[in-house]
Each structure stands twice: as C-alpha cells, then as structure tokens.
Design a protein around this ligand. Structure first.
Ligand SMILES: Cc1ncc(C[n+]2csc(CCOP(=O)(O)OP(=O)(O)O)c2C)c(N)n1
Ligand SMILES: [Mg+2]
Length: 345
C-alpha cells in the first residue's frame, strides 16, 4: 500500500446542501471532466497546439471554491491548468473551446490558447504559464477591493478573490511575499493550493522542507486549513467559511486541498513516473463518483437525474467543438490589436 497523507475527514452530515445545490455542483464537475476528456481527444487529433494541461481528478477544488463565490463579482485567478476554473466561473464552453482552437471567438480572442484564458466579464484574471505568476496579480485584485472600500469609501466593494496554484508553486518566492502582504493588510483573498502531490515529475515530499503546506500560513498569522480536495462538499464548506471571513474584512485564508491529477502533467507527458498503486489510491476517490453516491444515498437525486445531467453536458461539449471548428481564425491584419488596452476589451 502506498503511504498517503491521511485525508482529513469531513462530516458530510453537516454539509447541509439542498438538492438544487447538489445538482449544480454535480453538473459543474461533470462539465469540467467532460470538457477535459474532449480536449484530450481534440489534441490527439491535431486540433490544438502547444502544451495543454488537464484538470481531471481535481474538479472538486474548482467547483467547491468557485461555486461558493459570487459569479461575475468576485475575482478568480488561475494557472496554466485553467480550463475548468474558467468553466466554473461561467465562461461558456463554446468560448473556452474556441480559445483552445486558437479561434477569434475564444475568450482571449484566440491570442491566449490553453494557458491564457481570460474573461473580464467573468472576472477571470487569467491563466498563467509561469508558475506563481498569478499570485501577485490576485493580490492586486484583492488590494484594489480593499482600497476602494476603505480609502475611497465605496461600501459596495466587498468582492473576494480566489487564487489557485499548485503544490510545486509554493516553493516559489511570490507565494511567501504575497502571503505576507495579504496578512499584513488583511486582504480579502483565498490562497487555494491544489496539492496534487506532483510538480511535473517532482514528488512534493522531495521538493519541500514542510510538505504540509497549510501550516505555512501560521508564520504569517493567517488561518491555514487542510481539506480533502476529492470531496466537493468539504471544499465548499471550507471555502464558504473563508469567503465569509474575507468579505467581513477579517483577511485571507490559505486552503490546502489534497487532490490528484488523473492524467499526466500535460498531454505531452507519458505519465510514467507515478506508481500504479498511488494512482489507484486516488482513482478510488473520484470526486464526481463520490458526490453521485452521496446524492443518491441521501435521496437528493436519482441515478436517472444524474444521467440526464451527463447527457446534457455532453451536448454542450459537442456544440462547443462545432462552434470552435466553425469559428474563424484571427485576421493577420489584427496582429497588433489588443497589445494595449482598447475600447473593445
Ligand atoms: C517560473 C517557472 N518555473 C518553472 C516552470 C516550469 N514548470 C511548469 S509546470 C511546473 C510544475 C508546477 O507544479 P505545481 O505547482 O504543483 O502545479 P501542477 O502542475 O501540479 O498543477 C513547472 C516547474 C514554469 N512554468 N514557471
Ligand atoms: Mg502539483
């Protein structure tokens, strides 16, 4: 048996979700999974270029945090593993898929591709190819909210920012610098570490002196919470508490979600370094199957209702591929467009 860090136990009895909330969480996770599976298919069929990093297995983190936030008001900052964060914030699958195809209808107008999804409308602050690059950007978003509220007297400025990044990224300087400033200024931000145990081919325990990342919050006087990142209800509960604290002006939280990516680092990675036993340990904790079991056991949904969601999502994905395929490429004459801010964002 693989030595795995003990996953914190969440009492689902206290989750208290309604049927509607459960179905919404389920649909969001199924959308994320189906979207990524379709990306793999399209990538291997030569429809997408460059590196493409999929999120399979980690859906409970995106859904649990983002779907506890206010859509279109709160800010979300991602990494290069950004497709599912974009979908959770509400960027239509059509525009995410079109971006991956490099089409002008993509959410970054075909200029960004897989690692640089962006949507001002959805307050998605972007995907970033450099690790840790998004953390100061998210910090800036949280700072402007606080500044508008306290220095400019805008009482409506109570937005919260969620910043996602991986375990490997927590060994970079920006992580520590930004935790310091966020705690010092009591900024309304959630630092969400998606600890999937690996940074490409580097095992987390081999790269960091204190593998329990949530403990690193304590030196900044910030709450640090570890959560089972394969349990969407647990992630949601932790996120709700952190969001409420942030909105109330009580400052940041570091959340370490213990999770696992079900595929290689990118679609170019043959995934030969991780052991079969380790993979099986985590496959057995599939967050989508887990929520499905909970919903049916609690009589919140029937198998047929969950199947209907899966079919509906599949239609959304098929339509997204068609939309992406039929959309035009950016016009070469527009090469310099969007380099600087313009009226048409
Ligand atoms: C500043 C910088 N250094 C190195 C890299 C190369 N790199 C790409 S992904 C990655 C690993 C990141 O692992 P983690 O933060 O755990 O995220 P995960 O891929 O597991 O989601 C590295 C080192 C990079 N993109 N940016
Ligand atoms: Mg990682």
């Amino acid at each position: 048996m693989v030595q795995e860090r003990t996953l914190p136990v969440f009492q689902t009895a206290g989750a208290n979700i309604t049927r509607e909330e459960g179905l919404m969480l389920y649909e969001d996770m199924v959308l994320g999974r189906a979207f990524e599976d379709k990306c793999a298919e399209m990538y291997y069929r030569g429809k997408m270029f460059g590196f493409v990093h999929l999120y399979n297995g980690q859906e409970a983190v995106s859904t649990g945090v983002i779907r506890a936030m206010r859509p279109g008001e709160d800010f979300v900052c991602s990494t290069y593993r950004d497709h599912v964060h974009a979908l959770s914030v509400g960027v239509p699958a059509d525009n995410v898929m079109a971006e991956l195809f490099g089409k002008v209808t993509g959410c970054s107008k075909g200029r960004g591709g897989s690692m640089h999804l962006f949507s001002a409308e959805h307050r998605l602050l972007g995907g970033y190819a450099f690790i840790g690059e998004g953390i100061p950007v998210a910090l800036g978003a949280a700072f402007q909210t606080k500044y508008r509220r306290e220095a400019m007297g805008d009482a409506t400025a109570d937005q919260v920012t969620a910043c996602f990044f991986g375990d490997g990224t927590t060994n970079n300087g920006q992580f520590y610098e930004c935790l310091n400033m966020a705690a010092l200024w009591k900024l309304p931000i959630l630092f969400v570490v998606e600890n999937n145990k690996w940074a490409i081919g580097m095992a987390h325990e081999r790269a960091t002196s204190q593998p329990e990342i949530y403990r690193k919050a304590s030196v900044f006087g910030m709450p640090g919470v570890e959560v089972d990142g394969m349990d969407v209800l647990a992630v949601r509960a932790v996120a709700q508490e952190a969001i409420a604290r942030a909105r109330a002006g009580e400052g940041p939280t570091l959340i370490e979600a213990l999770t696992y990516r079900f595929r290689g680092h990118s679609l170019a990675d043959p995934d030969e370094l991780r052991s079969k036993a380790e993979k099986e340990f985590w496959f057995a904790r599939d967050p989508i199957k887990r929520l499905a079991a909970y919903m049916t056991e609690q009589s919140l949904a029937t198998q047929d209702e969950l199947k209907a969601i899966e079919h509906r999502v599949q239609d959304v994905i098929e339509r997204a591929v068609k939309f992406a395929q039929e959309s035009p490429e950016p016009d070469p004459a527009d090469l310099y467009k969007y380099v600087f801010a313009e009226d048409d964002p």
